[in-house]
Design a protein around this ligand. Structure first.
Ligand SMILES: Nc1ncnc2c1ncn2[C@@H]1O[C@H](COP(=O)(O)OP(=O)(O)OP(=O)(O)O)[C@@H](O)[C@H]1O
Ligand SMILES: [Mg+2]
Length: 471
């Protein structure tokens, strides 16, 4: 039996460590939380669609937060996330805030008042779905030209394809296309085709009728239907499985959709914007991508340059990130040496890397000026001097994230994401070298061949040698 409590707020509760006891549950309900059950993937999907808040318990590291954020974003909305950490796990709490949690509470906290307050602090979901217009930077002449072109393409109804390297701003450009189009008041729905398992993509995109398969207890409107009157953005389109490409092509041709298990087709009024960092012609030659789908989606092709080829954007972007992530009560600046360093760097991770570098620098910097020693780049391999931080910065880093650097010596990656990436890289290369083909390697790693391909492509984009062996 479920009791509907007035003013109760649906909350998705994820705690891999321990279930909630009856007394604690009572406290939470008294504070206004209506806990949604999560036992299956379907629960999670439905919960995300309904929840006003996601509460997750972090154990030792913030990876789960990133997974949850990615998942909510791939559903096209951003539900606020509150993280529970063990009391006293300060660096983990800071890390969670830095990665986008809106609030952190000790895992042992059950007080009605505290939870009520936490609920009141949560940003409204409606706000999250319709963010305040973001300020995007298009300063370099190359970027200005692209923006101009995008605005013209926005006026048309045909599909558009955005190509560009990782982190260069493909999703940003997709938003520009939507916001500058006559569909701007309609929804913008985004899906990352590489981030989800194959069966989930199909269900998410096309939806299903009640009873279409075991466990389909309710009808589900797919993202195409949710995007009616607006834009659907399919990121990493090259990662879409071949048989779904066929289905997508049919939907684009017919402008109609039939839910799984359904009979009556639904008319669609949706504009497709797709993006990829792969060479689709190469994928066509490899028979991984349908040529006819390529023709249909690439009527207008917009190419985003790597950041190093539009140097005029670097400083304005850095200043913009300083303003958005810096302290509200004072302005943090860049030293002239730091500016020089930013301008000389090759930016293999493009705008996203610049954003990471500025966020890290803000954490490391004590005063109001960021020095070049506080710039930590993602690509530590190509920047050996970055590893040898001055002692003062090292000790601050120690304080900031002891776990990340515990036992580190000079030659170890100094931030968590580089450490994770380099160990992931090593594991993948070892699996490839010890197996006969990619499918076997993927099996050994416990991931799908599609995810393996995606990861390899990311390594290649970052200039890591990932072509070898994988047959
Ligand atoms: N022109 C810009 N102005 C301001 N911020 C930008 C701009 N371009 C990119 N960004 C920021 O950089 C980050 C990466 O951008 P985005 O997600 O659009 O890249 P992407 O090409 O889709 O990356 P990926 O290949 O990883 O999917 C985002 O946080 C985005 O807000
Ligand atoms: Mg993207």
């Amino acid at each position: 039996m479920t009791v509907q409590i007035d003013n109760a707020h649906p909350v998705l509760w994820l705690d891999p460590k321990s279930p909630i006891g009856a007394a604690e549950r009572e406290q939470l309900e008294a504070a206004g939380l209506q806990l949604l059950p999560v036992a299956t993937l379907d629960d999670l999907k439905q919960g995300l669609a309904k929840a006003r808040l996601v509460v997750i318990r972090l154990m030792g590291e913030a990876g789960l937060l990133q997974e949850v954020k990615k998942l909510t974003q791939s559903f096209g909305h951003d539900v606020p996330v509150l993280c529970r950490v063990e009391r006293g796990a300060l660096s983990l709490g800071i890390e969670a805030m830095r990665r986008g949690a809106y609030h952190v509470l000790p895992a042992e906290e059950w007080s009605v008042d505290v939870w009520r307050e936490a609920l009141a602090l949560a940003p409204k979901r409606a706000d999250a779905a319709k963010p305040a217009p973001q300020k995007f930077v298009f300063v370099d002449p190359g970027s200005q030209h692209l923006l101009e072109l995008a605005r013209r393409v926005a006026q048309t109804q045909v599909s558009a394809l955005i190509v560009g390297p990782t982190g260069a701003g493909k999703e940003v450009l997709a938003r520009v296309l939507h916001d500058a189009s006559p569909r701007r008041n309609g929804p913008f729905v985004a899906l990352n085709c590489a981030a989800l398992p194959e069966n989930l993509i199909e269900d998410l995109l096309f939806g299903h009728e009640k009873g279409a398969f075991t466990g389909a207890l309710k009808e589900h409107r797919g993202l195409f239907e949710q995007a009616q009157g607006g834009t659907i953005f399919l990121d990493e389109i090259a990662e879409m499985p071949y048989h779904l490409q066929t289905k997508l092509l049919r939907v684009l041709q017919d402008r109609k959709i039939t839910r799984l298990g359904g009979h009556a087709p639904v008319e669609l009024d949706v504009r497709l914007v797709a993006a990829t960092n792969k060479d689709l012609r190469e994928a066509i030659a490899q028979r991984e991508f349908r040529e006819d789908l390529y023709f249909r989606i690439s009527a207008f092709k917009l190419s985003i340059l790597p950041l190093r080829e539009r140097p005029g954007d670097i400083l304005p972007l850095a200043l913009q990130f300083l303003a958005s992530f810096g302290p509200a009560d004072r302005a943090v600046q860049l030293s002239p040496e730091a500016i020089g360093r930013l301008q000389r760097y090759s930016w293999p991770g493009n705008v996203r890397e610049l954003q990471n570098v500025i966020q890290r620098a803000l954490v490391l910097c004590n005063g109001d000026v960021i020095s070049e020693h506080e710039l930590m780049f993602d690509e530590i391999d190509s920047e050996p001097e970055q590893i040898r931080l001055p002692v003062s910065t090292q000790s601050r880093l120690m304080r900031y994230g002891q776990r990340e650097i515990a036992g580190a010596h000079d030659a170890m990656p100094v931030d968590l994401s580089s450490a994770v990436r380099s160990s992931e890289y090593q594991a993948i290369m070892a699996a490839i070298q010890s197996t006969k083909n990619r499918n076997e390697a993927a099996k050994k790693l416990g991931i799908s061949p599609r995810s393996l391909r995606y990861k390899m492509a990311q390594f290649r984009d970052r200039g890591m040698p990932a072509m070898a062996a994988a047959g």
